[in-house]
Design a protein around this ligand. Structure first.
Ligand code: FAD
Length: 392
């Protein structure tokens, strides 16, 4: 049986987030736009904390964090629905109480020192694999870690590391066996900032409350107990981090697209040219119709990928499809919405140009469009996936 409905509990959770976004976040939109125009953060850290605390008081905390760690342990489908609702505003916000999935692989001591403080929000992490000469080709990383007594010594450079400016520790991927490379020769280290790495901010096109940074490791000494997982098991951990929920990025974009198309339909009725609202023009109607089709297709691609993850199936192919479709279509939609708004769409009075800049990233990070296509084509050509989809 194929069933597209939500249970009462699922609907309640979705509606709670919907109301939170309406009540708490949307009223901040004008303030966020004005601050960002002045080059300031959209929300002060304290404001974000207050919002998170309000949500926590209502029991909304640790969306995907297992219940044994005090979280809600929501399913992938529910998490996707939460992201869609949050995506309906550009106010930069995520609920508190979550930690990187790979930190759960730590031993008991590492969980106490890294995982739990990250969930509690008292320590901030960053994930560092990309290097100046290794982005899509992550197997080509050159950062090295060599053993000296009971310590590892890390040398190398990482780049584009989200949150690298204010992170308290980094999950750093380094080559520990050059011969083996990514096949058993890369190890993940938990490296505190006070062990000696430095960071430089990187200016980017979009508004980003966790600005990316270049990190430098110059003979940084890390105790051997800070290896996360197995020595040589780092590349698999990195892939697990990246694959933790590729459906989540397009889910957030989907919420933004819904909101923008609603703005476009409203504007199409209010804006008159040549004696009639532009809503009467077929050129405008088609842009709205095409966007609605793209949004609907994206919704089901996202939810299907999440559903596969919930079923314990290998959802990577479906997630790549959702990520690729989301990146390409969301960028087309924001372009259409800007077109419908004419000159106003290009101003910083409205949030459309902001969404335009932000959504462009979706086609680049966590696997570019081209890398998703490469993965999809390989799966199909090798017979590991079928165009008949999950129903067979
Ligand atoms: C804002 C931002 C935040 C980021 N956050 C993080 C982070 O937290 N941690 C982290 O480790 N990294 C992070 N990244 C890095 C990001 O994952 C890489 O930028 C991305 O993987 C692409 O790598 P690259 O920039 O080196 O591009 P390249 O790999 O150099 O690619 C350049 C172009 O060539 C294309 N290309 C590459 N290989 C192929 C191929 N085989 N076939 C066809 N086309 C190909 C690419 O699709 C792209 O169009 C972030 C990047 C940005 C911009």
């Amino acid at each position: 049986m194929v069933d597209f409905s939500l249970s009462d509990t699922e609907r309640d959770i979705r509606d709670w987030v919907r109301n939170f976004v309406h009540r708490e976040l949307m009223p901040l939109e004008q303030r966020v736009l004005e601050r960002e125009r002045r080059g300031e953060r959209g929300l002060e850290k304290e404001e974000t904390e207050q919002l998170r605390e309000k949500a926590r008081q209502a029991g909304f905390w640790g969306v995907q964090t297992p219940e044994e760690y005090g979280g809600m342990g929501l399913s992938a489908v529910m998490t996707a629905l939460v992201e869609v609702e949050l995506g309906r505003t550009f106010v930069p916000f995520t609920f508190g109480g979550s930690a990187d999935n790979i930190l759960y692989h730590g031993n008991e001591e590492q969980r106490q020192r890294y995982l739990i403080p990250t969930i509690e929000g008292t320590r901030k992490s960053c994930f560092a694999i990309t290097e100046p000469d290794a982005g899509s080709d992550a197997k080509n990383i050159r950062t090295t870690a060599r053993k000296e007594g009971s310590e590892w010594v890390i040398d190398g450079e990482k780049t584009f590391i989200t949150g690298g400016i204010d992170a308290d520790f980094a999950m750093v991927f380094a080559v520990t066996d050059k011969e083996k490379g990514a096949d058993g020769g890369v190890t993940c280290f938990l490296v505190d900032r006070d062990m000696g790495w430095t960071s430089e901010p990187i200016d980017i096109m979009g508004e980003w409350d966790r600005q990316p940074a270049a990190l430098t490791f110059d003979g940084v000494r890390v105790p051997e107990e800070n290896v996360l997982g197995e020595i040589g098991g780092g590349f698999a951990l990195a892939m697990q981090w990246i694959g933790r929920g590729r459906y989540l990025l397009p889910a957030r974009a989907l919420g933004g697209c819904e909101r923008m198309v609603e703005m476009a339909t409203e504007y199409a009725w209010s804006r008159k040219t040549f004696g009639a609202p532009i809503a009467d023009r077929q050129a405008i109607q088609w842009m709205i119709a095409d966007s609605a089709v793209d949004i609907e297709a994206l919704r089901w691609l996202v939810l299907q990928a999440a559903w596969q993850a919930d079923q314990g199936m290998d959802s990577r192919h479906a997630q790549s499809i959702a990520k690729l479709h989301g990146g390409v279509r969301a960028n087309e939609i924001v372009d259409r919405v800007m077109q419908i708004h004419g000159g106003m769409g290009y101003t910083r009075e409205l949030p459309i140009e902001r969404w335009y800049r932000d959504l462009r990233l979706l086609r680049i990070f966590e696997g570019t469009d081209e890398i998703q296509r490469r993965t999809l084509a390989r799966n199909l050509l090798k017979g590991n996936a079928s165009v008949r989809g999950v129903l067979g």
